[in-house]
Design a protein around this ligand. Structure first.
Ligand code: FNR
Length: 187
């Protein structure tokens, strides 16, 4: 199984990107989690540019989402919601609507880190709603990481064992939700 992690922060020392990297270390056997690297190259959504062919960066985003069995979207909180760069990427990935969109029916988990005391909870709640409207299968629950500047070292390694355990459980739930249903052998 392959999970694509999308961090909603472009910042080099982003706590959210560090959280996505930590998730890659905690996946169960047989599950690979890869970090999407192209967010900063995606142009602002323009329906005219999406008419026949789409920008190369957008095609790449859509292909990477389509190839993944599940997504883990990790968001900062900006003014109580999702950063514009992340919303913009979701808008591109939500088109064409219904069965044609890369996001349609995709199993998605959300997580988030902020330096505040609520761990980007509002952003994650908005993100779950946005992804649901775009047709994704969003798994229950958020993973708020509060006071993120205290949870990672200067190299971005996760220091907090409780956060690591919550993250592992969150990834396990995502994997279980994305796994194909077992085939019944009953006659
Ligand atoms: C923030 N931050 C923030 N934090 C929060 O908990 N609630 C909020 O509403 C906001 N609003 C906000 C707006 C803007 C424009 C910025 C730049 C920042 C702080 C934010 O959580 C903190 O900068 C995180 O570290 C950003 O995530 P990355 O870049 O570290 O992943």
């Amino acid at each position: 199984m392959r999970i694509l992690a999308i961090s909603g922060s472009l910042r080099k020392n982003s706590h959210n990107t560090a959280l996505a990297r930590a998730a890659a270390e905690l996946t169960p056997a047989g599950v690979e989690l890869e970090l999407y690297q192209g967010l900063g190259s995606i142009p602002l959504y323009d329906a005219d540019a999406d008419a026949e062919s789409s920008p190369v960066a957008v095609e790449d985003l859509r292909e990477q989402i389509a190839r993944a069995d599940a997504l883990l979207v990790v968001t900062p909180e900006y003014n109580g919601s999702v950063p514009g760069v992340l919303k913009n990427a979701i808008d591109w990935a939500s088109r064409p609507p219904r069965g044609g969109a890369a996001l349609w029916g995709k199993t998605v988990g959300v997580a988030g880190a902020s330096t505040g005391q609520y761990g980007a909870l509002w952003a994650q709640q908005d993100l779950r709603r946005i992804l649901g409207i775009a047709g994704a299968r969003v798994i229950e629950g958020e993973l708020p990481v509060a006071r993120a500047h205290e949870k990672f070292d200067k190299d971005g390694s996760l220091l907090d064992a409780q956060v690591a355990e919550r993250l592992r459980a969150h990834v396990d739930t995502l994997v279980a939700e994305a796994a194909p249903a077992p085939v019944s052998l009953a006659a």
